[in-house]
Design a protein around this ligand. Structure first.
Ligand code: GAP
Length: 454
């Protein structure tokens, strides 16, 4: 874990937020390579969930919405985590997680009374992670919605607007707009990528649980009788899409929810083996007609579907797939992190799948103080960059240092322009994983790299 966090910072993937001001808990900034990695992940998701599908369309709804939406969805009351405070050092602890750590089942969805009872039964086994004390306050449920004063000019912020706690609510409230403007027929889906905000009590484990994060969610609207068969199809589709990012089967597993919320038909999480063990990467849930029914009641408008062929009118059921960009970045970094020995020396490299790598190839002049080499290498670099945007120029330090840097960035190919290049228009192409080098004609480079990242 420490090695991944340190490499992520050192090589410009992820920085702690507001670092020069002492940081800001629960938020992170993505550096130059982090944002490229994020963009590649988002592009793969958009391709799989929108462009490859005739039955799914995209959406970009606003972060701020009418606060009534969060009342109707149940978030103002039910979107909370159970919290206790150490009476000695005031450290706040998420009770469901503390119980989970000692092998006792608890769920953030449990009523305050229920979780308090379990907590009291096991209080002797739980210690404050900071000071070791076992003196805690009663458990209180703490709402996760982040409030703002947008459009609220009361002095005490008594009519707050919320920063969205999940992106899918923007999809539900636009269901009718999409249906009417796009003439969609069931089954159909609406997909969205965007920021979400949660007042997490204990943001932790690097970018795994943060207070500001990005979600990629798709809501699939189906006939009620098809809910479970479509659910199985979506589960398989999403699992395969995650494998395509270069994540191995051994590090993935399905976890079925034991304690289903009252409206859910079934719910599974795809878990990834993070450095601390298997934990949630993505959820695939069969949500019944809960969301559209709740918003229909909330706004007083019909959110049903009229089937022209059968003449039936009904509320579609919803199957959801929901994942976090940050969790995928973390999983892909953890999966790619490799230490091995090359040329008698230990090295660290990120074994990204070339399609996902933030830099596809780096171009070097063998020596940066030889203008003829630099000029030739710039030509190779510029020609490649026209065809493949994620190409990097690197002339910093000697070639050995450049290889080490590019290995840590996870660049699959390093291209060196040397004196032979001036004679015969060939370059050295070094493969990141094996360290093997081959001579290749400049004319073949673009095709070679394009083929590798296809
Ligand atoms: N619409 C359903 C929903 O939001 P969720 O399980 O609360 O369900 C879905 O979140 C996904 O969003 C998670 O599987 C995770 O990938 C990501 N996620 C949730 N909370 C997060 C947080 N605090 N930080 C980073 N990612 C988070």
């Amino acid at each position: 874990m420490e090695k991944i966090i340190s490499l992520a910072k050192r090589r410009g993937f992820v920085y702690p937020s507001s670092e020069i001001y002492g940081g800001f808990a629960g938020v992170y900034d993505y550096g130059p390579f982090g944002v490229e990695l994020e963009n590649n992940i988002k592009a793969q998701w958009w391709k799989k969930m929108v462009h490859d599908r005739d039955d799914i369309v995209g959406l970009d709804s606003s972060i701020f919405m009418n606060p009534k939406i969060w009342e109707a969805s149940g978030h103002t009351k039910g979107f909370s985590d159970p919290l206790t405070e150490c009476k000695k050092c005031n450290t706040r602890i998420r009770v469901d997680k503390a119980l989970e750590e000692i092998g006792v089942f608890a769920d953030e969805k449990m009523e305050e009374e229920e979780i308090n009872k379990i907590f009291k039964e096991h209080k002797e086994e739980i210690k404050c992670p900071k000071c070791g004390s076992q003196d805690f306050t009663d458990v209180k449920k703490f709402n996760l919605l982040v409030k703002s004063n947008l459009g609220d000019f009361t002095e005490d912020n008594s009519s707050p607007a919320y920063l969205r706690g999940e992106t899918c609510q923007g999809i539900y409230v636009n269901y009718k707009n999409v249906l009417d403007s796009m003439h969609m027929k069931l089954p159909f889906g609406i997909a969205q990528i965007g920021k979400a905000f949660r007042n997490e009590i204990s943001p932790r484990q690097f970018i795994f649980r943060s207070r500001e994060f990005e979600q990629m969610e798709m809501q699939y609207f189906v006939r009620p009788e098809n809910e479970m068969s479509e659910f199985e199809k979506l589960r398989e589709y999403r699992y395969n899409a995650i494998l395509e990012l270069g994540i191995s089967k051994e590090n993935l597993k399905w976890k079925q929810h034991e304690n289903l919320v009252f409206y859910a038909k079934d719910a599974y999480d795809i878990e990834y083996k993070f450095p601390w063990g298997f934990d949630e990467l993505e959820g695939v849930h069969a949500r019944g007609d809960y969301d559209l029914t709740a918003h229909s009641k909330g706004c007083g408008k019909q959110l049903d579907y009229f089937d022209q062929e059968s003449g039936e009118r009904f509320i579609p059921h919803i199957i959801e797939s929901s994942t976090g960009v940050g969790r995928l970045v973390f999983a892909i970094l953890a999966e790619a992190y490799t230490e091995d020995e090359l040329g008698g020396k230990t090295r660290v490299y990120l074994k990204f799948k070339p399609q996902i790598a933030p830099v596809k190839a780096a171009v070097f002049p063998l020596m940066k103080n030889k203008p003829e080499l630099v000029e030739k290498a710039r030509g190779v670099y510029e020609a490649l960059k026209k065809e493949i945007p994620q190409i990097m120029w690197d002339d910093n330090g000697n070639v050995g240092k450049r290889y080490r840097r590019q290995d840590e960035i996870g660049t699959p190919y390093c291209i060196t322009v040397d004196f032979d290049t001036l004679e015969d228009d060939t370059v050295t192409v070094r493969d990141r994983d094996s360290g093997d080098q081959q001579r290749m004609a400049i004319a073949e480079l673009t095709g070679y790299i394009k083929n590798a990242i296809k």
